[in-house]
Design a protein around this ligand. Sequence first.
Ligand code: V47
Ligand code: SF4
Length: 377
Amino acid sequence: MNIPEKIAPALRLLVDKVRAGERISDSECLTLFEQASLGLVGTLANEIKERRHGNKVFFNRNFHIEPTNVCVFSCQFCAYSKLYAHREEGWELSVDQMLHMVKKYDGKPVTEVHIVGGVHPKMDLAFFSELLRAIKAHRPSLHIKAFTAVEYDYMFRKAKVSVQEGLKRLIEAGLDSIPGGGAEIFAPRIREQICADKVDAEGWLTIHRTAHEMGLPSNATMLYGHIESFEDRIDHMRRLRDLQDQTRGFNTFIPLKFRNKDNDMSHVSESTLIEDMRLYAIARIYLDNFPHLKSYWPMLGRQNAQLSLSFGVDDIDGTIDDSTKIYSMAGSEEQHPTLTTDQLVHLIRQAKRDPIERDTLYNVLNDFSTPANSGVH
Ligand code: V47
Ligand code: SF4
């Protein structure tokens, strides 16, 4: 697609730079946020996406387990957690109950279980080691992507072990990779206002750095569209880009759109669709060392997730199966996030992309762009 002739000289220079495959600076990124139209950043992001992944859009078959929504922390944006003092209003699953959930997928072609929840003082390192062992003993090939840096930070401090020792024990128990949650916005000024009491930026980054050094891949998220500025977004992405330069351990960047229902930030309005798409596109341009950019459809809604496939996104997460509550409780469009593989494939095809089933590490499992795979179950 052609870029219009009449654009500001600063943007013209940026277009040439991005097209030459050069990295953009923080101030150039700010120029994009402040001045660039959706058409312009979308065109560039789409070119980058297609250079890397052609017409492919990845998805996986996964399910979520949320061990508890009882949490010692009180993030302002969280509609889901119950404080420990009110734990009778929340849920707490035992190892047996969670194993039972895993067993319900026996014989079904899921490849990944995603385990994330609140931070419950009684669900400690020993408890979660037992859980991972039980899952692996039952289904050794199931990839376990589990616990955010927030959960690790609390779990390891409580057990009085270093990050390295804690991760070593969990890897021995069956941990395969780390999801990207808990990052929110790294800037201390914002963190103090939205999630003052949980792990800070340095702590989050140290856990991911250590994981990468121990061979565990991870993802990174950014909770955007609330009280943060463009500079805060850029600061967040710069810290991730810097760490990725050093470790190459991140697979995917996942922007998470702030939803404002039933939380202590309900007075803060949500970002517009055009701002969502501009963010995806700018993230694709700025994070030149991240292999993948994911739009998480349960939070964005399936139609907007489809739209994002033209703005730099190459991954649309998984089939999920109505097993996550963190977004539906904060008012996302998807109140019962379930998509069968058929529906997910159809959704990607409607956007004129080639659906590719991947495992957690982006190995291709099934190419649904070929006629042989057009009927799926
Ligand atoms: O860290 C909580 C977010 C995250 C709200 O790694 C909210 O593959 C918007 O990180 N509005 C947890 N977002 C979920 C997460 C995740 C999800 C999917 C895939 C992966 C992955 C990771 O949920 C939290 C927080 O940023 N969140 N409340 C809300 N009101
Ligand atoms: Fe607890 Fe996570 Fe909710 Fe924060 S976002 S209150 S850490 S469950």
